[in-house]
Design a protein around this ligand. Structure first.
Ligand SMILES: Cc1cc2nc3c(=O)[nH]c(=O)nc-3n(C[C@H](O)[C@H](O)[C@H](O)COP(=O)(O)OP(=O)(O)OC[C@H]3O[C@@H](n4cnc5c(N)ncnc54)[C@H](O)[C@@H]3O)c2cc1C
Length: 327
């Protein structure tokens, strides 16, 4: 099996879910006895291609063009279609980022192919790859297989695999090739404006290693500084359940769950969150989940690695004090 992994960077910085999908791609390549080609796409991103070449893959393609400096769905689709035509992969893998959601279905459609998006895992059974997707907001999961001829295109949800388990090469690097892609300005029908820069103020919680999340148990906006103080002591970002964002107590971009962000931090500290399925679906990929809830039967404890049954208004200040002391 020939696998093509399309990584993601923005302004020369990795989207770390690229390494999670790299770990998945390496595993599939190993199980199927396949080859793995990594793609870095953009402009002025040679350093990232060289970094990627330090991982276990067969080659890296550095796909650069002036018209790829800023992301556009047309530019990325046209360029990647040429790469797919040249490499002829069986399987194209991508991390399921916002950007991938934007262009990958277009790429698949332009190749006349389907796409299995937002997979949480896969199995290799009897020589066949079976992908696993969540359905009905995470209440159930379904096995999905590709029909027809390759290339098959799939994306993996953040947290489905561990980026730190992507295997590195020992001492040497994979070759980095620079295939040419033909793009013309008139083929690109959108011009990215300042919107991406605005995102500087916004947070991409999917990239945050530590999250302190608050739910309705926080009771009132005046109490949010309590959680903020703990987040600051830990060096964590603040996140929330939907009611907190619906109330306007925190901006929507901090909402975790089926209608918010999907995150996979090292630590997710849930304060006064009941653990409704629509919330859990967005955070259960966290490596360690710590929940504080005064109701010992709260469903959040079913996914928590550590549970504290108690009043967050007593526990959070004590935790903050301990964290500050230990610095
Ligand atoms: C279509 C749809 C999409 C949705 N999308 C999302 C989504 O993306 N994200 C999301 O979060 N929700 C989403 N929801 C809402 C979801 O169903 C829940 O209503 C919501 O997650 C509950 O938020 P919560 O846990 O903060 O509040 P609650 O369910 O009210 O839980 C509050 C918890 O705080 C505890 N508590 C109270 N006081 C204290 C205290 N002093 N100390 C400790 N614990 C305390 C309580 O025991 C309780 O468990 C969606 C719902 C629908 C229908």
């Amino acid at each position: 099996m020939k696998i093509l992994l399309i990584t993601e960077q923005r302004e020369g910085k990795w989207n770390n879910t690229s390494f999670e999908t790299l770990a998945a791609a390496q595993q599939i390549a190993k199980q199927t006895g396949g080859t793995l080609t990594g793609v870095v796409i953009g402009k002025g991103v040679a350093a990232l291609a060289n970094e990627l070449a330090g991982f276990q893959l067969d080659e890296v393609l550095l796909v650069e063009h002036d018209l790829l400096e800023k992301y556009t769905p047309d530019g990325f689709t046209l360029a990647l279609r040429q790469i797919v035509a040249a490499v002829k992969p069986d399987l194209v893998l991508l991390p399921h980022t916002y950007q991938v959601r934007d262009f990958a279905p277009k790429l698949a459609a332009s190749l006349g192919k389907g796409m299995i998006g937002d997979c949480i895992g896969y199995r290799h059974e009897n020589g066949k790859l079976i992908f696993v997707r969540q359905m009905f907001q995470g209440r159930t999961a379904a096995d999905v297989v590709f029909e027809g001829d390759p290339p098959w295109i799939a994306s993996f949800q953040a947290g489905a695999f561990r980026g730190d388990q992507a295997a590195r090469r020992q001492g040497d690097s994979a070759p980095v090739k620079t295939p040419r892609v033909d793009l013309k300005a008139e083929q690109i029908r959108t011009t990215p404006l300042e919107l991406f820069r605005e995102a500087k103020q916004a947070v991409d919680l999917s990239q945050a290693p530590l999250l302190v999340a608050i739910g309705r148990g926080i009771k009132a906006p005046e109490n949010i500084p309590l959680a903020e103080k703990l987040a600051k002591a830990l060096g964590a970002e603040l996140a929330a359940s939907r009611p907190i964002c619906d109330e306007g107590w925190l901006p929507m971009e901090r909402q975790i769950g089926s209608s918010g962000q999907t995150v996979a931090p090292k630590l997710y500290l849930a304060l006064g969150i009941s653990g409704a399925i629509q919330h859990v679906v967005g955070m259960k990929g966290a490596r360690t989940i710590v929940a504080v809830n005064k109701d010992q039967n709260a469903p959040i404890f079913e996914v928590a690695d550590y549970g504290i049954v108690g009043d967050l208004f007593e526990i959070v200040p004590a935790l903050t004090e301990e964290v500050e002391k230990s610095k």
